[in-house]
Design a protein around this ligand. Structure first.
Ligand SMILES: Nc1ncnc2c1ncn2[C@@H]1O[C@H](COP(=O)(O)OP(=O)(O)OP(=O)(O)O)[C@@H](O)[C@H]1O
Ligand SMILES: [Mg+2]
Length: 250
């Protein structure tokens, strides 16, 4: 993959990785287009999180190709480089600064590599303020901007962390099980929120919650035993015999 025009945003082909002889990822191929949101489903241990580890440089594949924007070989970059070129990742557990306000958490994320002290005492320019206001709207926390992050609900902390990733303006956002532990109302709102985010960037979202996947209303990839079992619309994937027997029908 060296051609960059019309290239997919993410191109994975023939990717495998073993841990102590166990193939966690086995000849996996996945292509995500610019501006696409993709939902990833599949049984426990299917390799969904490991796939994200490979994309973000946390785990090196034993073989296969992983390219970003056509020509950037992600297997040659470290985690910090990969974050810098525009791949943001949200882990399952929110990692916000509990003792800071919602607003200041976003300031810290926007300022990136500055020290906490420098970031909080540096006055924001008009553009940065506008950007934070936009993010607050997107993550449904405008009215909670001055609240300490510690006082947010679990779901709101997840949204704040998504906001902190947005401050870095990633081209691709990876989200692993965002609605685990959320209330039903928060889960529904999270589907809306991710659909809005996906208007301006690509998103890969892993989830087990099938009503949430239905609300996302995007192309679905079902992984099992480290490779793609089925791919297409949710209706297609969820009526696929292979998916029913290995995942949905359990
Ligand atoms: N660093 C590692 N060392 C050893 N084994 C690992 C490592 N990372 C993942 N595995 C194994 O690889 C397999 C795939 O795990 P992974 O966490 O990617 O699954 P998953 O699809 O995310 O599952 P879940 O839905 O439970 O989150 C599992 O059997 C897991 O134990
Ligand atoms: Mg996982």
């Amino acid at each position: 993959m060296i051609q960059t025009q019309n290239a997919p945003l993410l191109y994975m082909d023939g990717v495998s990785v073993s841990f102590d002889g166990f193939k966690a990822i086995d000849n996996l191929s996945l292509v995500v287009e610019p501006g696409e949101m993709r939902a990833i489903i599949g049984p426990n241990g299917a390799g969904k999180t490991t796939m994200m580890d490979i994309i973000t440089g946390k785990t090196r594949p034993d073989k296969g190709e992983v390219f970003f924007e056509g020509s950037t070989d992600l297997t040659q970059l470290d985690e910090a480089d990969i974050a810098r070129i525009g791949i943001g990742r949200k882990f399952q557990k929110p990692t916000v600064f509990e003792s800071q306000s919602v607003f200041d958490n976003l300031v810290l994320a926007l300022e990136g590599e500055r020290s906490v002290f420098a970031a909080l005492f540096h006055s924001l320019d008009e553009e940065q303020r506008k950007r934070i206001e936009e993010i607050l709207e997107t993550i449904r926390l405008t009215s909670r901007r001055d609240v300490l992050a510690a006082d947010l609900s679990h779901g709101q902390k997840q949204w704040l962390e998504i906001g902190m990733l947005l401050a870095q303006d990633p081209k691709l956002l990876l989200v692993d099980e965002p609605v685990a532990g959320m209330t039903d109302a928060e889960t529904i709102e999270t589907a809306r929120l991710l659909r809005e985010i996906a208007k301006t960037r690509s998103v890969i979202v892993v989830e087990h919650d099938m009503s949430f996947i239905r609300d996302l209303n995007v192309k679905v990839t079902c992984l099992a035993e480290g490779s793609v079992l089925s791919e297409g619309s949710l209706a297609h994937v969820s009526s696929d015999e292979k998916v029913i027997s290995s995942y949905l029908g359990r």
